[in-house]
Design a protein around this ligand. Structure first.
Ligand code: SF4
Ligand code: F3S
Length: 104
């Protein structure tokens, strides 16, 4: 599966939503997550994310993010249509420690 990681937080560009063939993105206030059981591993969303926040879960060190995607995909609502990114998205792109500061 692919998963959404730290740099999505407060960037939330949402380009990923439009390309997913199985609509498996779920929306929280500050970020999106992927439902790991619904993702068909097509990889199409990964290069579409301007924040480079989407990664295959086979990459090392992403256990925490796999857990977060799994947990919140079953709580947050499904999102199937892209909206505008937050107007200050660029200010947060690449910032360290966004999970600790802003995750909700
Ligand atoms: Fe959707 Fe494919 Fe990305 Fe999985 S890898 S979230 S199926 S676009
Ligand atoms: Fe987030 Fe990238 Fe999608 S910033 S909302 S994972 S395009």
């Amino acid at each position: 599966t692919y998963i959404v990681t730290d740099n999505c937080i407060k960037c939330k560009y949402m380009d990923c939503v439009e390309v997913c063939p199985v609509d498996c993105f779920y929306e929280g206030e500050n970020m999106l997550v992927i439902h790991p059981d619904e993702c068909i591993d097509c990889g199409v969303c990964e290069p579409e994310c301007p924040a480079e926040a989407i990664k295959p879960d086979t990459e090392s060190g992403l256990d925490k993010w796999l857990e977060i995607n799994t947990k919140y995909a079953s709580v947050w609502p499904n999102i199937t249509e892209k909206r505008d990114a937050p107007s200050d998205a660029k200010d947060f792109d690449g910032m360290e420690g966004k999970f600790e500061k802003f995750f909700s």
